[in-house]
Design a protein around this ligand. Structure first.
Ligand SMILES: *[C@@H]1O[C@H](CO)[C@@H](O)[C@H](O)[C@H]1NC(C)=O
Ligand SMILES: *[C@@H]1O[C@H](CO)[C@@H](O)[C@H](O)[C@H]1NC(C)=O
Ligand SMILES: *[C@@H]1O[C@H](CO)[C@@H](O)[C@H](O)[C@H]1NC(C)=O
Ligand SMILES: *[C@@H]1O[C@H](CO)[C@@H](O)[C@H](O)[C@H]1NC(C)=O
Ligand SMILES: *[C@@H]1O[C@H](CO)[C@@H](O)[C@H](O)[C@H]1NC(C)=O
Length: 549
């Protein structure tokens, strides 16, 4: 009798809408961001996709459902999809295939499928215990000008009646373009876009407009079972608009604040939305790993956003999202470096630090598209190949993060700290139990590899550490050379993510399963591949060559 009852309970659990997910729930996850039109077609037809044409290539919600294995097997447990609302068709800059040019919030974008397809996607994600993140745009619409004759009184004529559910000019701010202004009032009151494609700015001071938007987000989240929302252009709406909107959504809110300034980004954290994208860290990461002469200083010295956030309600969890690419920025290899060692280091830094990691689809396939629209390639053209170095890298990084969360209950709330290194190409980040070794020396095999210095006292002498990326062992000095001090030499410019070997599980579902059970003693370590330098006095010499098989 127990078993059928259990089955009934389980099916009830799977069928019922998930409980509203909080920032704390999200903090344990890692997100795969995809452009719905470019991720997968409904029937796996390999449609051509010339990104420069800025038109639909054929991706759909059904296509996503059919490729959830691909996403989940890399270790992701949340998917962020493109905005779902109906978008402008023909504009001076192509079609709204990306979803950021709404024309009617109450209708779905028919190019992505039917209402039932989106609901099926939500259900399919929840059946896998994965989260759905919807992307929402409430700052602006897309207005296709009916008359581009510019006059001072009336910049151009727009058909406001087609911008629904609003539909009148009064529902929008008066026409003016933001241009290059950084003035907060201009950012909030004026328009994004330009004369060719104005983006009418919603009048979010009007109580009727506000009530409509709050009701809309509440309905949309509940209708499609969203577990969180990513909010576009947050800095372009007055700050005190957001708390009620977030409350109406009732789920985790993650805001886009495009800025290099940590203080500015943090000012929205907790005060307006639960989480923000760590754009400042994005820029610092690109600076650090963008070339073999990248400046590592800003990445190490910049304050963390949560530390700068305004005081929030006691116990309120705020969260940042870390990323290396997204739909708005050129892909990392396109402008920073095509050096795979640099790419792997930059990707690693996203997964081992304080922010919830977000990976932009296609990065795992080594896509190199430049600025928008070049960075929105069709993923089906890759064949969803999983036997690729960066796919394996992403998988290892997700497994490392999951292992850290499982082994240290305080992992997510302990701020990562940089441990100063004397080598100018070396970085060390500690977020227990992860100790991450990064370098921007690059893949050039002629370059002298940097050495990382693990400080004395960090580990007991003779502790075996395992690099979760290469699945190789490092043994902490046993006393001969000072005790507990270890120097690790880089190999091929690759990053390393170290944990004590005793943390590996035998279950075979996590990090370096083949090494599971090696324990804390080097007895389980067999001589083999790998180059490890043991002991402070031994810098420059290979004292112990160990490997775990
Ligand atoms: C696959 O879908 C596309 C777009 O919906 C359609 O044009 C094509 O005919 C379909 N192909 C097959 C083999 O069903
Ligand atoms: C276009 O706008 C200008 C300036 O407002 C106006 O003089 C003109 O009549 C308009 N043309 C049309 C076709 O609406
Ligand atoms: C690196 O960047 C920091 C600021 O983050 C700056 O103070 C320093 O001068 C830069 N170093 C070099 C070598 O450019
Ligand atoms: C590789 O490193 C060596 C030694 O530093 C240097 O001479 C050479 O120019 C580098 N090659 C490239 C392609 O950067
Ligand atoms: C570490 O291991 C070596 C070799 O087995 C041993 O001689 C040494 O005493 C050990 N050090 C400590 C502190 O246990």
């Amino acid at each position: 009798m127990l078993l059928p009852l259990f089955a009934v309970l389980l099916s009830l659990l799977l069928a019922s809408p998930t409980l509203a997910a909080s920032a704390e729930d999200w903090s344990k996850r890692s997100i795969y961001q995809l452009v719905t039109d470019r991720f997968a077609t409904s029937n796996d037809s390999v449609a051509p996709c010339d990104t420069s044409l800025r038109t639909y290539c054929g991706g759909s919600w059904t296509g996503i459902i059919d490729h959830l294995d691909y996403i989940q097997q890399m270790g992701f447990d949340a998917v962020w999809i493109s905005p779902i609302a109906q978008n402008a068709e023909d504009t001076a800059y192509g079609k709204g295939y990306h979803g950021y040019w709404s024309t009617n919030l109450d209708l779905l974008n028919p190019h992505f499928g039917a209402d039932s397809d989106l609901k099926a996607l939500s259900k399919a994600l929840h059946a896998r215990a994965m989260y759905l993140m919807l992307d929402v745009v409430v700052n602006h619409y897309a207005g296709v000008p009916t008359n581009t004759t510019i006059s001072p009184a009336n910049l151009f004529t727009l058909d406001y009646s087609s911008l629904l559910p609003f539909g009148t000019q009064d529902d929008f701010h008066p026409q003016c373009f933001i241009g290059n202004s950084n003035d907060q009032a201009v950012l909030e009151q004026c328009w994004l876009g330009d004369e060719n494609l104005p983006l009418p700015d919603v009048n979010t001071e009007d109580p009727g407009v506000v009530a409509t938007l709050n009701a809309w987000i509440k309905k949309t989240v509940s209708e499609y079972g969203a577990d969180g929302i990513r909010i576009d252009t947050v800095k372009h709406i007055r700050r005190n608009f957001w708390p009620d909107f977030a409350k109406s959504a009732g789920v985790f809110t993650l805001g886009e604040i495009l800025t290099t300034d940590p203080v500015y980004a943090a000012s929205y954290l907790g005060a307006a939305v639960d989480g923000v994208f760590d754009y400042p860290k994005y820029y610092q990461t690109v600076t650090a790993f963008g070339s073999t002469s990248g400046n590592l200083s800003a990445l190490q010295t910049s304050p963390s956003l949560p530390a700068l956030a305004p005081p929030s309600a006691p116990g309120r969890r705020v969260l940042t999202a870390a990323f290396l690419e997204n739909h708005d920025q050129p892909r990392f290899p396109s402008y920073a470096s095509t050096d795979t060692a640099l790419t792997k280091n930059a990707m690693t830094s996203v997964f081992v630090g304080d922010g919830m990691p977000v990976l932009y689809y296609g990065q795992e396939q080594g896509y190199q598209g430049g600025a928008d629209p070049g960075n929105r390639e069709a993923l089906w053209l890759s064949g969803y190949e999983t036997n690729k170095p960066l796919v394996a890298h992403v998988k290892a990084l997700n497994a490392a993060r999951k292992l850290a969360i499982a082994k240290n209950p305080a992992f997510l709330t302990t701020q990562a700290s940089w441990i100063q290194q004397s080598n100018p190409s070396a970085l060390m980040l500690s977020k227990p139990p992860l100790l991450t070794l990064l370098t921007n020396i690059g893949a050039n095999t002629s370059a002298v590899q940097p050495t990382w210095h693990i400080p004395a006292g960090m580990y007991k002498p003779n502790t075996t550490l395992v690099d979760l990326l290469a699945c190789q062992a490092v043994v902490v000095d046993g006393g001969e050379a000072g005790g507990g001090v270890t120097e690790v030499r880089a190999q091929g410019g690759m990053p390393q993510v170290l944990v004590p070997a005793s943390m590996l599980s035998r279950k075979g579902d996590g990090a370096c399963p083949a090494l599971a059970g090696a324990g804390g003693s080097s007895g389980a370590v067999r001589a083999g591949r790998g180059r490890v330098v043991r002991g402070l006095a031994a810098v420059g010499t290979v004292v112990g060559v160990v490997g775990l098989l």
